[in-house]
Design a binder for this molecule. Structure first.
Ligand code: CMP
Length: 137
């Protein structure tokens, strides 16, 4: 079935001028860009987005990192796009993410408290609906 997912290009991806490369990979896979915006996220938005991680050791560094610069938020559509984009993104840890994925090809560890891993993708239909409402209203 056609689904929609929320993709975020995190501040590291924007700062490294990888927006075009990441959009290219999404389009080359055959998914559709439905909506896109450049967002300077505030703490309230990120607290809602990352509610499930509150209290974890990396939570505060994660929120600070996500506020450190603009984020590109994209509404992406396609059959099984939620699973498909997570496959394109690769594993959370960019050091061990498989080559061929966004994180595996373009990311690495920078010795920081938070894993700067270039992109976010919703992990389920429920998360996608919740996150799309947060970032696109
Ligand atoms: P994402 O899966 O989009 O959402 C949670 C983010 O927290 C994750 O990407 C990483 O950026 C970060 N993260 C997850 N696990 C860790 C960890 N163990 N240490 C540091 N950062 C993490």
């Amino acid at each position: 079935a056609v689904e929609e997912t929320l993709v975020l290009i995190k501040p590291d991806g924007v700062a490294r001028s990888l927006t075009g490369e990441i959009l290219r990979r999404i389009e080359a896979k055959g998914y559709s860009l439905v909506d896109i915006r450049l967002v300077q996220a505030d703490r309230d938005l990120l607290a809602a987005h990352y509610a499930e991680h509150e209290g974890k050791p990396f939570y505060e560094p994660l929120v600070e990192f996500m506020m450190s610069g603009p984020v590109v938020a994209i509404r992406v559509a396609g059959d099984r796009v939620i699973e498909g984009f997570r496959s394109l993104a690769g594993a959370t840890d960019p050091t061990s993410a498989a080559p061929g994925t966004v994180r595996g090809d373009l990311g690495r560890d920078w010795g920081l408290a938070v894993q700067q891993n270039l992109v976010h993708g919703s992990d389920s239909p429920e998360s996608a609906a919740r996150e799309l409402a947060l970032w696109f209203g």
